[in-house]
Design a protein around this ligand. Structure first.
Ligand code: C2E
Ligand code: CA
Ligand code: CA
Length: 586
């Protein structure tokens, strides 16, 4: 500690006050008044006081500041303090005998003053206490009202300010906007969290600047999502351009590709809850999530209809489960290694027979239910139905047909999953080896350690894993060779592309080559023609699923396939059977 100040320690837990006065008698008086309630630091000149302020800025509750001091005046102290944002939270009371100086001190940021000669101790104590209370209250409000990273309002305050704005501007049309950073998690990963934080705070500042003149307010809702509430305007491009300025960093490829997208719910319906208005803007923004040609999307009537549709499906779900409106169809997979294709297994695919909307395909409700979490309940239903079906066929035809079920990403993150699925197969007396689990490739890349551990556990219990949608999940070859899996299920797009206009089968060859390298059999799905089937077989694909053989069928129609297959059962081995006489493929 420098020699020109003294510190008086008192019992800990007290608030700390810095007393800056060059006259010893003044320091002694204040010491006598304050010491039983506060921890005190003393400085004999302005410069020493400022050094202490810098050093203890996070713990000081108050500065009592004399104006006339050697080395640095109290005014200069206030000026320097005002210039440094990190020092602003500490309040200052000025000690002065000069009434003229009071006004200037207040202008320089002092909160109050205590005249010299000093008033009664009670008065000093009361002023000190009140100033500390006020400033702590204000700092608390500041820290809870604002997002520390961007200094913007936080979400709750934003919504309530927006509501207040409405109260005072009843006749004004308002727009709700959401601005998102495309692939922010990738940017964070590649450029580092600090760079990502810097990016967000620049975006925040630029968005605020862009809408401030019109009275718009801005907040950051979760990681990379900004909300803007602003009197109606048409120049959305300009806002987005302003927000996007100077975001691209030098050098780094990922940084140079930062792109924002914006969803706008224009002329909001003020009868709608504030939060729901921004849900609509967000819904619009999400429609262009992976669209590189558009960066602004408006909430419109079509979106409104699809929102209503989604809400209806969600509302109707539990009753639909209770009433058995979901049915499971089965699509056969054929082993094509031999001369004649052989039924080797089936995939369970759910359908919804909705009383008002008719037969709904899973493409309409699965993505929705995966987003809102309902999917787990639905999957559970399908898994049980599939196990019951295996047993039913076995009882009626004396023949076990393995069935695969789809497992969602959220299921994979559930630690109970192995127990849940084991429980189901046990309940229906199905052997785990006849129950296949289709897990989409992208789930593996998400939280790979956790998912890989779950997959290992499932395989240890005898279940077999098909990696679904293979080729769309961006797994690297190195990663693939470490993943536990039994079958690769080629994504349909490879078949589409290979037999589409370009007639280019090189991609197919490449993927089948990778599978061979990994030593696992391949299922090709979406096979629609004899030519496609022949070609895939020629390239070494073992199993084929697709409309060429059969569409997904309701169980009673599937019976015919089972009956035929049951007849040849004893003669032919299955690619999915571990005792396969034709040679084990996995
Ligand atoms: P997926 O797992 O990739 O299933 C294959 C989809 O391709 C099925 O559509 C099937 O009917 C369709 N398909 C099969 N062969 C052909 C063909 O030759 N040409 C064409 N164009 N399409 C073919 P579906 O049944 O509409 O299912 C769509 C998606 O919904 C499935 O894709 C799967 O991701 C999901 N899904 C279906 N049922 C369930 C379920 O019970 N649980 C979960 N989590 N997802 C399911
Ligand atoms: Ca599947
Ligand atoms: Ca698939």
């Amino acid at each position: 500690m420098p020699g020109n100040h003294e510190i008086f320690y008192s019992a800990s837990g007290k608030r700390a006050i810095l007393v800056a006065d060059d006259e010893k008698i003044n320091r002694e008086i204040l010491h006598a008044i304050l010491e039983s309630d506060y921890e005190l630091l003393f400085a004999q000149d302005g410069l020493a006081a400022f050094d202490l302020l810098l050093e203890y800025r996070d713990t000081l509750s108050l500065v009592l500041l004399d104006l006339n001091m050697p080395r640095m005046s109290g005014q200069e102290f206030l000026r320097r303090k005002k210039a440094d944002p990190l020092l602003q939270a500490v309040p200052v009371i000025v000690l002065t005998s000069d009434q003229e100086a009071e006004v200037e001190s207040l202008r320089l940021g002092a909160i109050d003053f205590i005249p010299k000669p000093y008033p009664k101790p009670d008065v000093i104590l009361a002023r000190v206490q009140r100033t500390i209370e006020l400033s702590e209250g204000r700092n608390l409000i500041r820290s809870t009202e604002h997002d520390p990273l961007t200094g913007l309002y936080n979400r709750d305050y934003f919504y309530s300010y927006a509501e207040q704005f409405d109260l005072h501007h009843k006749g004004t049309d308002m727009d709700a906007m959401v601005i998102d950073v495309n692939h922010f998690h990738l940017i964070n990963e590649r450029c580092g969290k600090a760079w990502g934080d810097g990016l967000l705070s620049r975006i925040g500042a630029q968005v605020r600047e862009a809408v401030r003149a019109q009275g718009g307010i801005v907040c950051r809702r979760a990681a990379d999502t900004f909300l803007v509430y602003c009197p109606h305007r048409e120049d959305y491009e300009a806002i987005l351009d302003a927000a996007s300025q100077r975001l691209t960093g030098a050098g780094d490829a990922a940084a140079s590709r930062v792109r924002l997208r914006m969803g706008v719910y224009s002329r909001v319906d003020k009868a709608l809850e504030m939060e729901r208005r921004f849900d609509r803007a967000k819904l619009a923004a999400d429609t262009i999530r992976n669209n590189y040609s558009r960066s602004i999307a408006m909430y419109d009537d079509a979106l409104h209809q699809s929102e209503l549709y989604a809400a209806q499906l969600t509302d109707d779900f539990y009753e639909a489960i209770a009433q058995g409106q979901f049915t499971v169809y089965y699509q056969p997979k054929f082993d094509v290694r031999g001369d004649a294709p052989l039924l080797s297994s089936a995939e369970a695919l759910v359908r919804w027979r909705h009383p008002a909307l008719g037969l709904i395909s899973p493409g309409k409700f699965i993505p929705l239910f995966e987003e809102n979490g309902i999917i787990s309940a639905l999957n559970h239903y399908v898994w049980r139905a599939a196990a019951a079906q295996i047993r039913d066929w076995k009882e009626r035809f004396g023949f076990v047909l393995p069935v695969s079920v789809n497992v969602s990403r959220t299921d994979m993150l559930n630690d109970e999953l192995p127990d849940v699925i084991s429980g189901i197969v046990n309940e229906f007396g199905v052997s785990p080896g006849d129950y296949l689990l289709e897990i989409t490739e992208s789930a593996y890349t998400d939280d790979s350690d956790h998912i890989i551990a779950t997959v290992k556990e499932l395989r240890a219990r005898g279940f077999r894993i098909e990696m679904d949608d293979f080729g769309t999940g961006y797994s690297s070859l190195a990663m693939l060779s470490k993943l536990p899996l039994d079958v690769i299920k080629l994504d349909m797009t490879f078949v589409r592309n290979a037999f589409g206009e370009s007639q280019d089968v090189r991609m197919l060859e490449l993927i089948l080559g990778i599978a061979r390298h990994l030593g696992v059999p391949v299922v090709a799905e979406g096979v629609e023609t004899a030519e496609q089937a022949r070609c895939l077989k020629g390239l070494g694909c073992e199993i084929i699923q697709g409309f060429y053989f059969s569409r997904p069928l309701p169980p009673d129609q599937f019976d015919k396939l089972i009956a035929e297959r049951a007849q040849v059962h004893s003669a032919a081995p299955s690619v999915f059977s571990k005792q396969s006489a034709a040679g084990r493929v996995f």
